[in-house]
Design a protein around this ligand. Structure first.
Ligand code: OXD
Ligand code: MN
Length: 616
């Protein structure tokens, strides 16, 4: 039996409620040892992981890890939100009663950490001193050492974040037990994995993984699912899967902040880390705040919406990250950064790492290269030759302060004022480069109907999106109708609220499929137009679905784009919009208690599209 009190005393962990929680789970999971973690333990824990083979060296101050080959991504079908109130069920949150889930999870976790160390990771998902700090403290208990190292990079970690809570009970209980990964029946009828957020008890119970969002509980489970529930239950804030960036106008000294949601594979991390195009670099400088989560509230003193990134790091998808798509990301994982790579390809002789899209072709010399499963590339049979070297969801994990253009005020507890909220999916037609929306209900409506093209042509239904409301579909913790009402309530408090916009970098030529807009750094041009429009410096062209830029309003110095392509991305295809309105009606009808204001916004847009089509 572990002497829990002795370990906690030695670590200076004083919060009595946390102490009881640790003792309870130490006994239940049967852990052999307990260790309380501080961020300053990183070097020692890295050394232990290297010694144990849980990490491999990947050049100076960088590390490589491989997860079990069936445990490489979040599992949406095994993820559940549980509460004691059935009306919390939504279309997407996979709701179950907590009275059913808690005993089930306790049963799975009982004795499951026998022989292992249970790490106690006290953390904070907010800049210290923030007005939302009461929702940000948590204590993850995990039996995986590599998970601890990820938490140290992704959250602020240390006992100081939970010792002096105003209410000692106000921390998230986040329990992670890895389980016997090789015997969990992944994807079978007997799947043993359960990733449960007991939202109304501020408790997270995840069993059966050691990877990413399944295991680093500060990030998605707390930072998004639980925080969005807390934000709604308290009536105080929004927690969204949004990036957050700042644009500094060096000429006027003004600074703008843009937050935005993009379904996966729509370029959110690349946009968050973007730099100004060279031709505009003398005037504009872009600052990074976060690539995945923003908490947003309204300050009643000045009526503005404020946001911060609750994370302390970046857990980025490696695939296609290169000098052209995201040089900032490459700098942030440079030697000495302490970055951890997971499930990329690894060269056991040189410590190099590689992933699809890092360079046009994989390294020509196969000597020493292992694929993400640890299999030697040089030994591949001809049939295997085309298999990816890295897993498509392979990742890099690095702390925010490694990002070269991270904003100086990224950890300002007051957050930063939000000037614009953008939504953007990957759509090959219909959506113009940018359309600005000034009405709050229409902005929220636009977020609720956000989607990206399904990556496969689902049932041959061309042009149908996989809807992903606010890019929160996998993280919804309560009903979508209530979620929409909460958005209207929170941002309705703002007297100087953000403008909304929908952006699309992915329109293609219908004939040869080429992208009509160059994308990446040039995307800043659309955002600059948006802030100028908000400031009244440009007027744009009103359309049925929002205001789009007049061609001569876009700052186009130094861009390479065909005139005809530019015309196309600044046009509204009303026939496609008519079709889309029908799909939206069906999509929104699934949501209980959708506010009338959202239906009215839908009808307004539908009517405007109809009228324009008839005039056209
Ligand atoms: C995600 C992530 O899965 O950010 O969305 O890791
Ligand atoms: Mn994410």
């Amino acid at each position: 039996m572990v002497d829990v009190d002795k370990v906690l005393d030695e670590a200076g962990l004083k919060n009595p409620v946390v102490r009881d929680y640790v003792a309870y789970w130490a006994e239940l999971t049967g852990a052999e040892r307990i260790e309380v973690v501080q961020a300053s333990d990183d070097a020692r824990l890295v050394a232990e992981c290297l010694e144990a083979g849980e990490l491999l060296p990947a050049g100076e101050g960088r590390y490589y890890s491989r997860s079990y080959h069936k445990d490489t991504a979040r599992s949406e079908e095994r993820t559940i939100v549980a509460t004691s109130n059935p009306s919390d069920a939504g279309a997407y949150n996979n709701w179950r009663p907590s009275e059913e889930m808690k005993p089930l999870l306790e049963g799975k976790m009982r004795g499951a950490s026998a022989g292992k160390t249970m790490y106690v990771v006290p953390y904070l998902m907010a800049p210290p001193g923030s007005p939302l700090e009461p929702y940000a403290a948590g204590v993850e208990l995990t039996d995986a050492r590599t998970v601890v190292l990820h938490m140290i990079r992704m959250a602020r970690v240390g006992v100081e974040y939970i010792n002096n809570l105003a209410d000692p009970n106000s921390f998230v209980r986040a329990v992670h037990v890895t389980g016997d990964l090789e015997n969990l029946g992944h994807g079978t009828a007997d799947d043993q994995r359960y990733f449960v957020t007991v939202a109304d008890e501020r408790t997270i119970l995840h069993f059966g993984s050691s990877d990413g969002g399944n295991a680093l509980l500060g990030k998605i489970a707390h930072g998004l699912r639980l925080a969005s529930y807390d934000g709604w239950a308290s009536g105080k804030f929004l927690a969204e899967q949004f990036m957050l960036l700042g644009i500094v106008d060096k000429e006027t000294g003004r600074k703008y902040h843009v937050a935005g949601g993009f379904p996966s594979a729509s370029g959110k991390t690349n946009l968050a880390m973007t730099l100004a195009p060279d031709a505009l670099g003398d005037r504009y400088y872009v600052e990074f705040y976060g690539d995945d989560i923003a908490w947003i509230w309204v300050d009643e003193n000045d009526g503005r919406a404020y946001a911060f990134n609750p994370e302390n790091g970046v857990f980025g998808v490696a695939k296609d990250t290169n000098e052209a798509t995201n040089p900032t990301a490459l700098d942030s994982i440079a030697p000495g950064s302490g970055a951890i790579f997971t499930n990329v390809a690894y060269n056991e002789k040189t410590g190099d790492v590689w992933w699809e899209g890092k360079s046009k072709n994989p390294p020509a010399d196969l000597d020493g290269w292992l694929d993400w499963k640890g299999e030697r590339i040089a030994d591949r049979s001809p049939e295997q030759a085309g298999d990816p070297w890295a897993h498509p969801n392979s990742r890099f994990t690095t702390a925010l302060d490694n990002v070269p253009n991270v904003a100086k005020d990224y950890d300002d507890p007051r957050g930063v004022p939000v000037d614009a909220i953008i939504f953007g999916g990957r759509t090959r037609d219909r959506e113009p480069l940018v359309r600005a929306i000034t009405d709050l209900a229409e902005g929220v409506y636009d977020g609720l109907t956000l989607g990206a093209e399904a990556t496969f042509a689902a049932d041959g239904k061309e042009g149908i999106l996989r809807y992903d409301p606010m890019s929160m579909r996998p993280f919804m913790s309560y009903g979508e109708g209530d979620y929409a009402a909460h958005w209207l309530k929170i941002l309705g408090q703002a007297t100087d609220g953000p403008i909304f916009a929908h952006v699309n970098w992915f329109q293609r030529d219908p004939e040869d499929g080429h992208f009509l807009w160059p994308g990446y750094r040039d995307n800043l041009r659309a955002l600059l137009w948006l802030v100028q429009f908000k400031n009244g410096e440009v007027t744009g062209v009103p359309t049925a679905v929002g205001t789009i830029p007049a061609k001569d309003e876009l700052l186009l110095e130094g861009i390479e784009i065909d005139e005809g392509d530019l015309d196309k991305i600044l046009t509204i295809d009303l026939e496609r919009w008519r079709q889309e309105i029908g799909f939206r009606e069906e999509h929104l009808s699934q949501f209980d208690r959708l506010p009338e204001a959202i239906w009215e916004a839908h009808r307004r847009v539908a009517r405007a599209v109809e009228e324009a089509a008839q005039q056209g």
